[in-house]
Design a binder for this molecule. Structure first.
Ligand code: NAP
Ligand code: MG
Length: 496
């Protein structure tokens, strides 16, 4: 195998990272002096050693973020245009370091380098560019009052930053999730402490370095790498005003409990079990390619993975065979091999989890196409399709977070949407049909935060994203995200 990036370059990029915590503009060791290792899931080899931040470090970082949020601090006094320019510069710097970021994402998470180069990294840069424009466009309203003489009072609103944020992110899109969290916080004028996932801490370290190069004042962005204990300390910290979390629904519920101590504001982006409905009148080439992309993109480690595929009976065999054909054409391998189109799962734990769901599907009587372990080193699982499923099977109900789709037929005279909506989750959904009215009617009835019509996995910095039901609270991206990071203050002035 010839790697897309030379070994010496890999050593140089990984070696350039501090491996420390970013607190108040400085790279520091953890209070305990402890570190942990980040592994390459394709080789199971150690990539780097990183500081293990815990409660004491979180406390230090929160104090730095609080000081940076003080009324007279540089960040609060800074003209909003300058804040926007710093963010824009950071977006530019991400693009200047596109190759390094793509390399770190591939090494740390396992995803193909080629995918990170065209998706994760440019989308992260775009998020900073898009959000930089909002720094100068956050406005209140002048509001005519309803019950008093219009000349008696002037009522208006100010939108003000919520304060110190704690932001906890997962490992599936490490850089992109950091961007989704940090960029709106900066545009809103808040300060933050970011806790990356233990499996994938590396790209956040480069992002922190570049944020300082872009001119972000010390303490505005703090980064505490570490285990779940650091996330728990952040969610419970009495001087954090707001916590934003992306990850499992299970931990999301823990965050809500931890946040109750000081009633900090909470937003959550949690799991999914997204239904994908293919009607017989769909463009089947598009439906097959779209359905395969829906579940196999990013090794299936996507919160919006189209993991429940419902296909109208008359085209069921053709669609399932088409998706199976796409699965067979996927080239599993080391993310740095230019031929690779699917990397390993992120960790041994995730490998066990996905394998467990495949076994449970089999035990429950489903037929499995694919799904074998590939090789004996690295966490590779071949993409899989479950057929002959029932709605009550664990593998059909629960989020697997791997390249595993459960397919089921439905008859032309039945209504599939109650089944599609019968899930505690409501993050993503999709419909394939050539009938525009049916498409829109279906999109309106699907209970999900994002519905794709004749496509999947299209995201944009300008489009709000988030979940119905147990898939979360609040929206990320677009201008909707500012509801998460701004307070509304009403000012009433007596004009007499
Ligand atoms: P997770 O435990 O929810 O981890 C997400 C983040 O929360 C990580 O930074 C994690 O730190 C941190 N964390 C863990 N326990 C915490 C606690 N008690 N309080 C505060 N923060 C805490 O997710 P996971 O274990 O990596 O993955 C498990 C499953 O979650 C996956 O199989 C998938 O179903 C789901 N998941 C969903 C998404 C999504 O985008 N919605 C992303 C990833 C995973 P550590 O990394 O140190 O544990
Ligand atoms: Mg790793």
């Amino acid at each position: 195998m010839t790697l897309a990036v030379e070994e010496s370059r890999i050593a140089e990029v990984v070696g350039s990272l501090s491996g420390k915590l970013l607190i108040n503009g400085e790279w520091v060791d953890s209070a305990s002096g402890q570190t942990f290792e980040s592994l390459n899931p394709a080789t199971e080899e150690v990539l780097a050693s990183v500081a293990r931040g815990a409660a004491e470090d979180v406390d230090r970082a929160v104090r730095a973020a609080r000081a940076a949020f003080a009324d007279d601090a540089v960040w609060r006094r800074m003209p909003h245009g300058q804040r926007g320019r710093i963010m824009h510069t950071l977006g530019d710097l991400i693009l200047d370091h596109l190759e390094e970021f793509a390399l770190l994402e591939s090494l740390d998470n396992g995803k193909p380098f080629t995918v990170a180069k065209i998706a994760d990294v440019p989308l992260a840069a775009d998020l900073f560019h898009y959000m930089s424009g909002w720094a100068t466009k956050i406005e209140g309203n002048t509001i005519p009052m309803s019950a008093s003489d219009q000349d008696a009072y002037l009522g208006f609103t100010l939108r003000e930053p919520v304060g110190v944020c704690g932001q906890i992110i997962p490992w599936n899109f490490p850089l992109l999730m950091a961007a989704w969290k940090i960029a709106p916080v900066l545009a809103a004028g808040c300060t933050t402490v970011l806790k990356p996932a233990e499996q994938t801490p590396l790209s956040a370290l480069l992002l922190g370095e570049l944020a300082m190069q872009a001119g972000l004042p010390p303490g505005v962005l703090n980064i505490v790498t570490g285990y779940g204990e650091a996330g728990a300390a952040l969610a419970a910290h009495p001087d954090v005003d707001k916590v934003a979390f992306t990850g499992s629904t299970e931990v999301g519920k823990e965050i809500v409990k931890a946040a109750a101590g000081n009633l900090k504001k909470v937003t959550l982006e949690l799991g999914g079990k997204s239904p994908n409905v293919v009607y017989a009148d769909a463009d089947l080439d598009k439906a097959i390619a779209g359905s395969a992309n829906a579940i196999f993109f990013n090794q299936g480690e996507c919160c919006v993975a189209g993991s429940r595929l419902y296909v109208e009976e008359s085209v069921y065999d053709q669609v399932v065979e088409g998706v199976a054909e796409q699965a067979r054409s996927i080239k599993l391998g080391n993310g740095l091999d230019p031929a690779t189109t699917m990397g390993p799962l992120v960790s041994a734990e995730q490998f066990e989890r996905v394998s467990g769901y495949l076994s449970s599907g089999k035990d429950d009587g489903a037929h499995i196409i694919g799904g074998d372990r590939v090789g004996d080193r690295g966490y590779f699982i071949a993409p899989a399709i479950l057929t002959g499923t029932r709605e009550d099977m664990k593998a059909v109900r629960e989020e697997i977070f791997g390249p595993v789709v459960a397919a089921a037929p439905f008859s032309a005279d039945s209504d599939i949407l109650p089944t599609a909506n019968n899930s505690p989750y409501g993050l993503g959904a999709g419909v394939f049909t050539r009938d525009i009215s049916k498409a829109i009617r279906t999109a309106k009835r699907l209970r999900a935060g994002t519905v794709w019509v004749n496509t999947w996995n299209v995201f944009d910095a300008a489009l709000p994203f988030g979940g119905y039901k147990e898939s979360g609270w609040g929206r990320e991206m677009g201008h909707a995200v500012f509801n998460n990071y701004l307070e509304t203050k009403t000012v009433i002035t007596d004009l007499s």
